[in-house]
Design a binder for this molecule. Structure first.
Ligand code: OAD
Length: 260
């Protein structure tokens, strides 16, 4: 359903034109138009398991092969997909604004492929492994081969340490360096002209930790706040402007009018 009014779109263009410090908070909805299923769009199930039961440290301790098969399938799902106009608009914004930070909950690699570098991957990355013994993070060039995992052969580092996906699981802490970077970025808005700071919340249900309080902090700093999501969320009532539209469709149309 698209019940967006033209005046809302004009307001978005106005806010994007005024902004100088832009903070984007993304969720799975940003990648939906690329064909990556959203977390809750999968019905919360994988092979009959609740996703919350597969994406935990306890599940990995109990049955690492099953957890790896889940992630190998998600890695394989990235092979044929491409960034969509929302990813491209966010990459262009990074060049356009004097201060820009993209904080994404997505573990896919579409933001990187679109070109964003001022990027915090809050929930980690599907295409990285981390050694459970040595902590070393390594980028994967290709998805983990499924036949190997199905034979029960687990991925290991050269010294034999068990590798895990470098993602944040339910019940795990976020990386404190990421939170510090976000806080510093937002607090730098203090003393800047009113209207400089803009938060865009795009394609997230806000179900994980209420969006970590970023919206509240931006509002407290006097920033403006926008949500882009075809469905209402807990953020919708709190933001200055809620746009009910698919992100790729909307940003693909609106950004070229701002970022000339
Ligand atoms: P969800 O799957 O919870 O929510 C996806 C959101 O995207 C929903 O609000 C949809 O309405 C919206 N959406 C769907 N299509 C869209 C489109 N074309 N444009 C814009 N929005 C669209 O995903 P997240 O909010 O990302 O955490 O979930 C956050 C976290 O919950 C995930 O990172 C994951 C999960 O638990 C961990 O794995 C730790």
């Amino acid at each position: 359903m698209n019940s967006m009014r033209n005046s809302d779109e004009q307001e978005l263009i106005h806010l994007l034109s005024m902004a100088r410090r832009v903070f984007v908070f993304c969720g799975a909805g940003v990648s939906a138009e690329s064909g990556v299923p959203t977390f809750r769009g999968m019905g919360g199930l994988w092979e009959g398991h609740r996703v919350e039961e597969v994406a935990t440290p306890e599940a990995f301790q109990r049955d690492p092969a099953t957890v790896w098969r889940f992630y190998a399938a998600r890695q394989a799902g990235l092979v044929g997909v491409q960034p969509n106009p929302a990813h491209h608009a966010l990459a262009a914004m990074e060049h356009h604004y004097p201060a820009f930070l993209l904080v994404s909950q997505n573990v896919d690699d579409l933001h990187e492929r679109a070109g964003n570098r001022q990027l915090v991957k809050l929930h980690g990355s599907l295409m990285e492994t981390r050694c459970t013994t040595h902590g070393t993070v390594t980028a994967l060039k290709a998805p983990m081969p499924l036949p190997q995992l199905e034979r029960g052969e687990l991925p290991r580092c050269p010294q034999g340490g068990l590798l895990r996906p470098n993602v944040v699981w339910f019940g795990e802490w976020l990386n404190p360096d990421h939170l510090l970077r976000i806080e510093q970025f937002l607090l730098a808005a203090e003393g800047e002209p009113p209207g400089s700071l803009l938060l865009l919340s795009i394609g997230t249900s806000g179900q994980v930790s209420g969006g970590y309080g970023f919206l509240e902090l931006v509002s407290a700093l006097g920033g403006r706040t926008v949500e882009i999501n075809p469905e209402p969320t807990p953020f919708s009532k709190a933001v200055d402007l809620a746009l009910r539209s698919p992100a790729g469709e909307l940003l693909g149309r609106v950004w070229p009018q701002v970022g000339r």
